[in-house]
Design a protein around this ligand. Structure first.
Ligand SMILES: C[S@@+](CC[C@H](N)C(=O)[O-])C[C@H]1O[C@@H](n2cnc3c(N)ncnc32)[C@H](O)[C@@H]1O
Length: 358
């Protein structure tokens, strides 16, 4: 094929796009570093700072802090106030410093080094087609997901989401059996366990690192009404005991979500309720790209984590981050033996919610 001549302006624009991505990677690694060093929390309290003041507050090297402040200012993560002083704005505080704010996002940067480390193993994955389970990311992987997803669960699951699911709060207050499948580090389950002491909460996952964190979190929360199980050894009991089942951000990560949905169908009570949260995916690549400004990031996340997990067995379904769109979720739920499927709009920026019943 004859190569068309290079257009110098388009070449410049294209190089800008590619190097912008490299710039994003550098900024992301500097956000990870700032989070690990507690710099955003310090800046949130201190107000506008120069590197000398930040060094005095943190005991860190002034020269290294100066370079970091310049990077963060150049990237627009910090506001430049003149005279070599930089400020974390109110919005910056919410996203990078306040772990309890629902918009807190620094947690997603915490496991960046382990996620990028996975790149070394991906050429072999591309050759074999068989991905890596979540535990390949090490304990930091489980911790990163925990910190990334916890703010929404802490701020909104009990006060906002559960009251919107008909009948669930009354049941939880009265005392029922609850399962959270793909529970990760257990934050969602423990938020519910603390709010509803008469109910019993059972978390299932296959990640040893996530389950270890979940148990630590359970002990710290003093939640005697919560238990965690390795689903590979101790699967969901299929005897219709659960009045309420939840799956948060995990069906698209599973090798066999269809089989897990059938297990949930057998485990749930005839009048039980299943609340699903999964990424707001669209049915086609074109729609994902047109409607989701984070599509490129999500396809990348898929290769580093979600698709990898979903193909970590040779016959895995391989849905990946943007693979469970509403129509497919409904089809799989009906095929698993459920009859009711209702979308629930909770105004979440990333997730769609479904209320599913037998
Ligand atoms: C993105 S994380 C979400 C964790 C948790 N629900 C949360 O919101 O923090 C996906 C989880 O699904 C788990 N997972 C994948 N396949 C599973 C399976 N077959 N059964 C149970 N958990 C599974 C992974 O180990 C991982 O902890």
């Amino acid at each position: 094929m004859a190569t068309p001549p290079l257009d110098p302006d388009r070449l410049k624009d294209y190089a800008k796009l590619v190097f912008g991505a490299l710039g994003g990677a550098m900024t992301a690694s500097m956000i990870c570093l700032g989070d690990r060093l507690g710099l955003y929390r310090t800046l949130a309290e201190a107000g506008p700072c120069n590197s000398r003041e930040l060094a005095d507050q943190t005991g860190l090297s002034e020269r290294w802090l100066r370079e970091w402040l310049h990077q963060q200012g150049a990237a627009g993560v910090l506001d430049y106030r003149g005279d070599d002083r930089f400020e974390l704005t109110a919005e910056g505080r919410a996203v990078l410093a306040d772990e309890n704010h629902p918009a807190f996002g620094a947690g997603f940067f915490g496991d960046l080094p382990s996620q990028l480390g996975i790149v070394e193993r991906l050429p072999e994955v591309f050759r074999s087609g068989v991905g890596l389970p979540y535990d390949a990311l090490g304990p930091e992987g489980a911790r990163g997901i925990e910190r990334g997803l916890a703010p929404w669960f802490r701020a909104l699951l009990v006060p906002l989401a559960l009251p919107r699911v008909k009948g669930v709060v009354d049941a939880l207050e009265a005392g029922v059996e609850v399962a959270d499948v793909g529970c990760g580090a257990g934050i969602a389950l423990l938020e519910m366990a603390k709010a509803y002491p008469r109910s019993h909460f059972h978390g299932y996952d296959i990640s040893a690192h996530a389950l270890a964190r979940a148990e630590e979190n359970r002990v710290a929360a003093g939640a005697d009404n919560a238990h965690f199980y390795d689903a590979a050894r101790d699967p969901l009991p299929e005897d219709g005991r659960f009045a309420f089942v939840t799956t948060f951000d995990c069906l698209h990560d599973m090798t066999h979500p269809d089989a897990v949905m059938k297990q949930i169908r057998r485990a749930i009570a005839p009048d039980g309720t299943w609340l699903v949260a999964d990424i707001k995916a669209r049915a086609s690549y074109e729609e994902n790209v047109a409607e989701n400004p984070m599509a490129a990031m999500m396809y990348g996340t898929s290769i580093l984590t979600c698709l990898s997990s979903a193909t970590s067995e040779p016959d895995g379904l391989g849905l990946g981050t943007l693979g469970l769109h509403p129509k497919l979720a409904q089809e799989l739920a009906l095929a698993a033996g459920f009859t009711q499927f209702e979308p629930l709009d909770l105004g979440h920026p990333v997730n769609a919610f479904y209320v599913i019943r037998p």
